[in-house]
Design a protein around this ligand. Structure first.
Ligand code: TXA
Ligand code: MG
Length: 345
């Protein structure tokens, strides 16, 4: 299959290209599309054979369910058995935007979307192209991140083509994603609301609206320790470049000293911009120490660039864990296969 790349930098001016992509989706094809978080591989979410293709092209494990993307709030009610007051309030505050809600699913949701679970994940993206594509297709879109399973999510059309060229009919190029990390995933499927995956809608913001929110043990630790498995996607080594990554906690001086002891061919640092001057090894910056929004935006592209530059071993300076920092930490921890070092005196 030849993949066509179509520009959609402006949802109005490039409307024709969104129409072409919607026609492909209606026929059961796959389209990579920009969202405000990361690029997604979209398929008609109510068509089981279209959804099945997603698992094949990504090499995605069969027990890892998909998010359904909708264009309007009212579509949520059709996909779930009921919309509790907590969900209504979150929708009012955070939709459209990077928040995915998990609720008990209705009979409309194909089993392959939820991989047999009694729940479904739903989100309304804020990206105008994503929303217009859903509206024109006329059904919710099942859309996982547009990367090969296990590798870093894609935040540009170029990265989508690299992972999925020849495997999807169209890549819609909407430029780089604004957030850069996947949506926050919150389960409202029973008991206390539970954060399954941190994202740009922060834990602090969710607690402000809901009061109590539990954090799934998988967010900051290994999935094997967390039983039962509440978010299948979190148990896999993930977001990983080919290089071996280690997450390093400590101040700038200790980080630099640690690296100078490890200087060797293929050893790289992933550091904050202001540390670049003092790095004793080849390095890549991913935003300023206290600019977590930029760190989030640059992280996945940086992991890919380290591979391109031939990094074999990467020491990544760990971010602060407040706000969106928790999401950056969560992704880096998985990229590192849970390898962490804490530098003290
Ligand atoms: O920002 C995003 O959410 C992006 C863009 C494309 O919208 N999508 C995305 O999808 O990140 P994906 O498939 O890469 O990640 C979905 C996550 C996985 O960790 C999956 O296990 C979890 O959501 N998930 C989906 N349905 C679930 C369910 N019913 N119960 C628990 N976790 C679920
Ligand atoms: Mg993913």
């Amino acid at each position: 299959m030849e993949t066509r790349v179509l520009q959609v930098l402006d949802a109005c001016r490039d409307h024709k290209n969104i129409e072409i992509a919607a026609a492909v989706l209606r026929k059961g094809g796959l389209v990579a599309l920009p969202t405000e978080t990361v690029y997604g591989i979209g398929a008609d979410g109510l068509n089981p054979s279209a959804v099945a293709k997603i698992f094949v092209v990504k090499g995605r494990p069969q027990d890892n369910p998909l998010i359904l993307h909708i264009a309007e709030e009212k579509e949520l009610a059709r996909l779930v058995t009921g919309v509790p007051a907590s969900a209504q309030e979150l929708v009012r505050r955070f939709w459209p935007g990077p928040l995915t809600l998990i609720l008990p699913k209705s009979g409309l949701v194909p089993g392959i979307v939820s991989t047999g679970l009694p729940t479904v994940a739903v989100r309304m993206p804020s990206h105008p192209v994503a929303r217009e594509l859903i509206r024109l297709t006329g059904c919710p879109l099942a859309a996982p991140s547009a990367n090969l399973s296990g590798s870093p999510s894609t935040t540009t059309a170029e990265h989508c083509v690299r992972d999925l060229g020849g495997k999807v009919e169209i890549v819609l190029d909407g430029g780089p994603c604004a957030v850069g990390l996947e949506s926050t995933v919150l389960s409202l499927a029973g008991g206390v609301p539970r954060l399954l995956r941190p994202g740009a809608v922060t834990l602090e913001a969710l607690r402000e609206v809901l009061g109590e929110v539990e954090v799934d043990p998988a967010v900051e630790g290994r999935m094997e320790d967390a039983q039962p498995v509440s978010s299948p996607g979190m148990k896999y080594r993930h977001y990983a470049p080919r290089a071996q990554v280690t997450l390093v906690h400590g101040d700038a001086a200790r980080f630099a000293a640690f690296l100078s002891e490890r200087e060797a061919p293929g050893v790289f640092a992933l550091c904050f911009e202001e540390e670049a001057q003092s790095m004793p090894v080849p390095h890549l910056g991913y935003g300023s120490r206290d600019d977590s929004a930029t760190q989030a935006k640059l992280l996945f592209a940086a992991l890919r660039e380290l591979d391109e530059r031939g990094a074999q071993t990467v020491y990544a300076h760990a971010p602060d864990r407040e706000g969106i920092g928790l999401a950056i930490y969560n992704r880096l921890l998985r990229a590192a296969g849970f390898r962490e070092v804490r530098l003290t005196k």
